[in-house]
Design a binder for this molecule. Sequence first.
Ligand code: PLP
Length: 394
Amino acid sequence: MLSKKASVMQEEGLPQNKILKMLKIKLQSDLIYSSGKILSSMCTSPHNFTKQIYRIYLEKNLGDPILFPASAELEHEAIQMLGSLLSNPKASGSIVSGGTEANIIALWTARNIAKKDGGEVVVPVSAHYSFDKAADLLSLKLIKVKLNHRFQMDVKAAEEAITQRTVAIVGVAGTTGLGTVDPIPELSEIASANNIHLHVDAAFGGFVLPFLEELGYDALDFDFRLLGVGSITIDPHKMGLAPIPAGGILFRNKAMTEVISTRVPYLAGEGTSQSTLLGTRSGASAVAVWALLKHLGRAGYMAIVENCLRLTWKLVKGIRQIDGLDVVTEPTVNVVGIKSDRVDVRLVFQELRERGWAVSLFPGFIRIVIMPHTKPLHIRNLIEDMKRILEGLS
Ligand code: PLP
């Protein structure tokens, strides 16, 4: 709830303990992940280890690699580690503020590589709204393509949408709504055949999909192994457990990033250049990503994904046992869409909200994201509440 009284800056400052008390009261209405009620977010409580990292390295600024060359090197190493997770340790890129910035940088790069007037970008209708922002900023036109019956980008429609003006195709690997993965291998072939940049938005799926095969689920190709894939968004502040802000944008090679390189004329020495949108940016964020990737390793992340997927399927089973509810489609990752053929899901959504559950409403379905802060008890309670709600609405 926003206060109606305008806040003015006081002449004299207040003691820190008083401010801490004020904050406790003022921030009371914010939900906390540990409550188990947050099932609408693709972010989670950051890993405890990163709190320490932030405290120590808070002053570092990646916008000035002349002052902080060692932090810049750690960012580079973090990108290489993310690259190795995505089948390309030679990837180039940056730790950025999140998926939105990563997607903007990807389209900025694609536009500058293509050098076409009136550039168009072919995206699935399921693409995140950050692409609308990117298109507006970059004077690009989004050509939104329908989905197939499995809620993936329709490949034929994508191919037909390509014109002389197309500067990029976007495929999503873990959509915001249902967690589905577009047919990236086919899109990769189309992109290569037409010499068009293919950007894969794996902001959510990037930390999940690489582990599916080893965990016994159906594997899906989506990364740099596919030769047409030019860039990938992967967000450490989602399933990577890093503190906000931490996004990742990776390019197949360094040459791609040169097309958005901007010279910074005034830094010490010879000057330097940046291939990011932001100037001053958090070094602690990149150091925290580096530290977490080192600390958890593949095995640590795989265990986290395994738990989330186990709970996801527990939820699916529970939903299927409730008369009147079903899943929209079998989940690919830890995102579940719930639909009903008996009642208006908007009513179910409202009832869940009234019971304190933070869930999301998409057109025609309720979306649940099972993040690392979600525990079996929370799922049991949610299923019980849904059962009661359906009984009440019937
Ligand atoms: N891409 C996808 C697939 C997302 O789901 C999201 C956010 O949920 C984004 C991009 C944007 O990420 P951010 O909110 O970190 O900017």
